[in-house]
Write a protein that binds this ligand. Structure first.
Ligand SMILES: [Zn+2]
Length: 837
């Protein structure tokens, strides 16, 4: 018999959202109807954590906020109806579910025909994350079929758990021959690459979400058994190991909140405090933020997802223990990110090398990494800092990321995803239905399901209205006082917001109305970006039709409305949304001579389908060109577009640049890459020097290019006319990685038979940080009827790096050319550019 956890009066943070109301409501219902789900567990949450020590500001759970708007609701519904089932299906197709089945079978002593470890030792987390997302949807949208499916998955997970609680399919499938990253012993390579603790961190997040949503303890009990193994294994006088990939800390904080088990919280704190350079393998690396003690860190470095999960964990432990040293560190790190390392889209993690933060002001656009998971982590972190400090500057950053660089991670149909979210493209980027490393889709599923939980928060007798979206929030304040706020608005397309306030009875309390930074001439709370011109349009605020002054400067980003509220009182907020030009700090070299466009919270991009030439990197937008906006219900599920006139640059065969006036359209950045591959640019050139003129057509650029085994790489990079700076130039190249040592080919098919006698090859080679090298050898063939025949060369097939390798041959008239490339053994191969004359 389960002891009823006293969760009626407590709140539990889930994905930055407190779920008190749902927990109370659903726990009883499900427990009473699912006796099988509440078999006596080995450990049982007997009491809730003491909530007097937690974040001073409490969120209003997403279960208490019902959106019926045209922006979020369709995305949340697509997530529920399409993305979550699709992600589960991908977990099955890719063998992630099978990993648990095979691990269980091995633990029963059965002989496996397939003893291969998972592709990556963190593949287990993809299932955990989607279960978390599914649980959130179940808390607001009962679905017996989904509920049963999740139950079945949980049974498979439970069967793969070892007797002492250890859960890691990578080892359990074949402990003698696990994935090489796992090491031969448990925890041996945790600080490097095993991800044993990372997997468990995601399990904890999923387990708490599932328990809160359904009241069933199945997944929670599995999680608690692993947590007990951790508290027995790690800590003072035991193993002093911290997670190589953070999230365990956040997960343990959630388990603490749900169970009141002090040792879980102490372990989370231990895993933060023990982190740092200790001479051990894997320690002392900026890559996983172990180069310094966490409380001594002041700059965001290394892997961006690991970093934001750690900063979020530090905030949690600070809130739960009252230790101010973590707060001081994360505040300093936040200043560094927001002042020097944040993209205008709210994305973070500038470089693909180590999926990491770049240096200060290092914010390249086309090669921007901006992993979707890092955007999710950035919002977790910023929301936690808001809960600590009650300052809307954190919501400003959170909102920017949310509306731009986070939701750009999923397509409008909910079935394909971005891992990196660049700010410029020549068509090399496209969303994919799934990834070998599939962290991002799962993160999207869990985050989108919980978006309504970021709208309101409360502390004492104050309600914070943080986000604007049509719908109703039922806010339960301290002391049980209930207030309903109904928002009527077309936000983010229109800044008029009408809020109808309904307290249970007339009484005095405060409503803090957030005035977004972008409406106060401050795009970000730092000098990293500024609006190029001041907007004359003023924010206005009225209560029951009576104007309330909105000071130009607000200490914490809110206008406080303290009064005796009575049912039916109306707040009218008007946030003007003119089209704004944003310029970057002069130290951001990549954005020099460029502007980004913003309207309300939305950042814009010019994309190829909206340009008559299908080019946008050639556009110059004069600083004084008038810009207007209009709503297009027919486009990209309904978006406000920006229109104006730009100038398009084009180069003729002699290299002379011509200028053509061109109608200009920009779409919300998040909606790009839903209409096929092509050019996109967020930071538009304001002078000719910053634009890329359309190159003159050549035999190569007008060819159709195809390649063997293209994978997710676009062979179009080979003939896009983009001149490389070096063989390792990351801007636009094609490669066959991860294929190594093989023979591959690339073909050009010409429009019509063409006489050719020369080719130039610029090889891709990323020595120093990748596995691609110039080829061992290559040759050129031409099409003769149905056959490919070698050309007769008059010069050797060169493989020099950092230059074009020219080969001349006896002229042939042909409909196509083919390159045959033999890679070096153990290495892959690739091409920057292939010219033909
Ligand atoms: Zn990811």
């Amino acid at each position: 018999m389960i002891q009823s956890p006293r969760i009626g009066t407590m709140a539990i943070a889930v994905a930055g959202v407190l779920l008190a109301v749902a927990a109370t409501r659903t726990a009883g219902r499900t427990e009473s109807t699912n006796p099988a789900a509440v078999q006596t567990p080995t450990v049982s949450p007997t009491h809730a954590a003491d909530m007097s020590k937690d974040y001073p500001v409490r969120p209003v759970p997403f279960t208490a906020v019902h959106l019926d708007d045209q922006f979020w609701l369709p995305k949340i519904e697509t997530n529920r109806q399409v993305t979550i089932p699709f992600a589960f299906q991908q977990c099955e197709i890719s063998g992630r579910v099978d990993n648990f089945i095979r691990a269980a079978s091995a633990l029963r002593g059965e002989t496996l025909t397939n003893r291969k470890p998972p592709g990556y030792p963190f593949d287990d987390t993809d299932i955990y994350k989607v279960i978390e997302g599914a649980s959130y949807t179940l808390s607001v949208h009962p679905d017996p079929k989904l509920d049963a499916y999740v139950d079945d998955l949980i049974a498979k997970i439970g069967a793969a758990q070892e007797k002492d609680g250890y859960l890691y399919t990578t080892r359990s499938i074949d402990a003698e021959h696990p994935h090489p990253w796992a090491g031969t012993q448990r925890w041996e390579l945790e600080k490097v690459d095993s991800h044993e603790l990372y997997d468990l961190g995601h399990l904890y997040e999923a387990a708490v979400a599932h328990y809160q949503a359904t009241g069933k303890r199945t997944l929670l009990d599995i999680a608690l058994r692993t947590a007990d193994l951790l508290t027995q294994t790690f800590g003072p006088g035991k193993k002093a190991i911290w997670p190589g990939h953070q999230i365990t800390e956040m997960g343990l904080a959630k388990l603490y909140r749900v169970t009141g088990r002090e040792d879980y919280l102490q372990l989370a704190k231990f895993m933060l405090d023990v982190r740092g350079p200790d001479g051990d393998k894997g320690a002392g690396r900026p890559y996983n933020q172990s180069h310094q003690k966490v409380i001594d860190q002041t700059e965001a470095v290394g892997h961006a997802v690991r970093a934001t999960y750690m900063y979020s964990g530090m905030a949690d432990v600070a809130a739960l223990t009252g230790d101010p040293s973590y707060v001081s560190a994360v505040d300093k790190i936040w200043d560094n990110v927001v002042g020097k390392k944040l993209y205008i889209t709210g994305g973070i993690g500038a470089t693909g090398r180590g999926e990491a933060f770049g240096g200060n002001y290092e914010l390249p656009n086309m090669t921007a990494y901006n992993e979707t998971c890092a955007a999710v982590g950035n919002d977790y972190w910023n929301y936690r800092l808001f809960l600590l400090h009650a300052d809307a500057k954190f919501i400003d950053v959170m909102e920017r990321t949310l509306y731009n660089g986070l939701i750009s991670g999923v397509s409008i149909d909910g079935k394909s995803f971005f891992y990196p979210n660049p700010l410029e493209s020549i068509g090399q980027h496209a969303r994919a239905p799934w990834f070998g490393v599939a962290c991002c889709p799962g993160n999207i599923t869990r985050f989108l399901a919980s978006v309504p939980g970021y709208v309101y928060a409360h502390r004492g007798d104050t309600i914070f209205v943080n986000l604007y979206a049509k719908g109703t929030g039922e806010i339960e304040m301290d002391g049980g006082r209930r207030v309903t706020i109904t928002q009527d608005t077309r936000y983010p397309w229109d800044g008029a917001v009408r809020m109808t306030v309904k307290p249970a009875k007339s009484e005095t309390f405060t409503i803090d109305v957030r005035i977004p930074g972008w409406a106060r001439n401050q795009p970000v709370p730092s000098d990293l970006y500024r609006f190029a011109d001041k907007s004359a349009a003023r924010v206005t605020l009225k209560v029951n039709g009576k104007p309330v002054p909105v000071p130009a400067t607000l200490a914490d980003g809110y206008v406080s409305l303290k009064r005796a509220w009575k049912p039916g009182d109306v707040i009218d907020l008007h946030l003007p949304m003119p089209v704004r030009r944003v310029v970057a700090n002069a130290q951001v070299a990549a954005d020099s001579g460029r502007v980004a466009l913003q309207r309300g919270p939305i950042v814009y991009a010019a994309e190829w389908p909206d340009s008559p030439t299908h080019h946008v990197r050639n556009l110059v937008l004069a600083n004084d060109a008038p810009l207007t906006s209009e709503f297009r219900a027919d486009l990209l599920n309904g978006v406000e577009v920006i229109r104006g006139n730009a100038v398009g640059l084009k180069k003729d065969a002699q290299g002379k640049v011509t200028r053509q006036p061109e109608a200009f359209t920009a779409i919300p950045y998040y909606a790009w890459a839903n209409r096929g591959r092509g050019e996109m640019v967020v930071w538009l050139a304001t002078t000719d020097a910053g634009a890329k003129p359309i190159p003159p057509p050549t035999v190569a650029t007008t060819s159709t290019v195809t390649a063997s085994n293209p994978g997710r790489k676009n062979p179009r990079a080979i003939n896009d006319g983009e001149e490389p700076d070096s063989s390792s130039d990351p801007v636009s190249y094609f490669d066959w990685w991860p294929r190594k040592g093989s023979n591959e080919w690339v073909e050009y098919t010409f429009d019509k038979p063409t006489s050719v006698s020369e080719v130039e090859l610029y090889w891709f080679d990323d020595t120093g940080h990748g596995e691609v090298r110039v080829p061992a050898s290559w040759r050129l063939l031409y099409k003769d009827g149905a056959d490919w025949k070698p050309v007769t060369t008059t010069s050797p097939y060169g493989v020099a790096k950092d230059q074009y390798n020219k080969v001349t041959f006896t002229p042939v008239t042909t409909s196509g050319l083919r390159l045959e490339v033999t890679m070096q053994p153990q290495f892959s191969g690739g091409i920057q550019e292939w010219k033909v004359r």
